[in-house]
Design a protein around this ligand. Sequence first.
Ligand code: CAA
Length: 241
Amino acid sequence: MSRVAFVTGGTRGIGRAISARLRAAGYKVAAGYAGNEVAANAAATELGLFVVKGNVSSFADCATAVKTVEAELGNIDVLVNNAGITRDAVLHRMTEAQWNEVIHVNLASIFNMTRNVIEGMRERNYGRIVNISSINGQKGQIGQTNYSAAKAGMIGFSKALAQENAKKGITVNTICPGYIDTEMVSAVPKAVLDQIIAGIPVGRLGMADEIARCVAFLAAEDAGFITGATLTANGGQYISG
Ligand code: CAA
């Protein structure tokens, strides 16, 4: 029996690579997306995904998406909270909308999604939850008080939830990618990005599949002893204890 995985933001960027990896590993994969129909259709066709549209910052949308996926593919065994946005600005110029959007899409979303799958996982005594945070939730980044706060919040959420569900066969882990070669990172002004790359010891951006393989590792059935962990994949840019 194939396990079922739901990857939010699973049709573009790191999320698409995660969907592809899990699919190749034999999972049935549902990929959530917010609005880019072209990318969603391409991912569905090319990777064999079931795609589902919805806004992760809406609890109601997440509830509907989970029901739709479960009706189509079966109970969700693996949830990857990957959807995220940036609205970079220094705090003294940041608008309330920039703050709220990032907190809702990147952080409130993980409550919205996880709350809708956790009871089923507990009943079935099995689950794998992987939250995609960021290096910038660990070290902070100029221009990203909103994003750094949301991504740090994901780490705390994961550690608390891991303890609540450890006896139920459910693991909850966080991955902190560094700067990965995606549309999100290519939106950083070139001069700033060049400076950032110069500070990455391996000397390059990461590739989306280098994060996807971390997800596949944590999502595996035989990863049951790894919970509450934070896995860093950042080319040595920030090495924390
Ligand atoms: N140190 C201290 N202050 C700095 C600074 C630095 N290195 N860089 C900028 N500032 C200050 C400036 O002095 C300026 O202050 P004043 O308003 O008092 O003059 C203020 O910040 C604004 O600077 P600028 O006018 O030069 O720049 P800006 O407002 O156009 O943009 C920025 C600033 C938003 C921070 C921009 O530089 C930027 O986008 N930086 C990249 C942020 C980043 O790394 N984002 C990651 C996106 S990818 C991602 O998030 C994925 C992931 O998980 C890694």
